[in-house]
Write a protein that binds this ligand. Sequence first.
Ligand SMILES: Nc1nc2c(ncn2[C@@H]2O[C@H](COP(=O)(O)OP(=O)(O)OP(=O)(O)O)[C@@H](O)[C@H]2O)c(=O)[nH]1
Ligand SMILES: C=C(OP(=O)(O)O)C(=O)O
Length: 214
Amino acid sequence: MQTWSVVIPVKPVSVGKSRLRGAVPEDAHERLALALARDTVAAVLACPEVGEVLVVTDDPVVAGVVTALGARVAPDAPAAGLNPAIRYGESGLPARSWRAALTADLPALRPEELGAALRAASVAPERRRFASDAPGVGTVLLTAPPGVPLDPRFGGPSAAAHAASGAVPLTGDWPSLRRDVDTGADLSAAHRLGVGAHTSALVAAPCGPGSIPC
Ligand SMILES: Nc1nc2c(ncn2[C@@H]2O[C@H](COP(=O)(O)OP(=O)(O)OP(=O)(O)O)[C@@H](O)[C@H]2O)c(=O)[nH]1
Ligand SMILES: C=C(OP(=O)(O)O)C(=O)O
């Protein structure tokens, strides 16, 4: 079994997850953004295939929470957006490691599904691999074998961008891995799959009074 080093970029919660604003009361938005990242990082650290997690963030609260979970933290030194943050994080990983980048908005992530995706990424073809999000438009996971740069193309229709750059899609049935949360509807879908403890604590049961949208 390969052991993976995983980079997770996290935007400061004061500005992150802007498309999700309104899904919970305004005064809970930043706590929700923090909870999404916290549940994601906890699931990644619980995955036996993962040897280390490096979170790239300028948010001191996120940094404190993920450090307590067992992740390493690097500042977002480039301050130039998501892909530069991932490249910067990658530069801090062991040179000959199997590497992955994962978004921090996967609150339903199950460690066994991430592990299955990483195992699939470590067999032939030993190339850059990616897992698209549930709609098949974005990307949740990008991987590279030792010696091959991740060369991330996250943002917008990134599944097509990763494929065009030569990365090979991972085709497994991993609903919790593919369920990123950008909108209230995504949050409802994640809640139906079963979210981690911190997200769960902030999200009422779907379809009830005062609940997130169904
Ligand atoms: N360190 C860092 N992480 C980023 C940056 N931009 C996005 N991310 C992270 O990259 C992942 C995917 O980004 P999005 O899903 O678009 O998240 P977002 O930018 O917070 O969401 P919106 O404001 O709704 O666009 C999330 O884990 C974000 O926290 C950045 O400039 N720096
Ligand atoms: C950054 C990405 O995520 P989102 O769909 O949240 O913009 C992406 O899919 O490349």
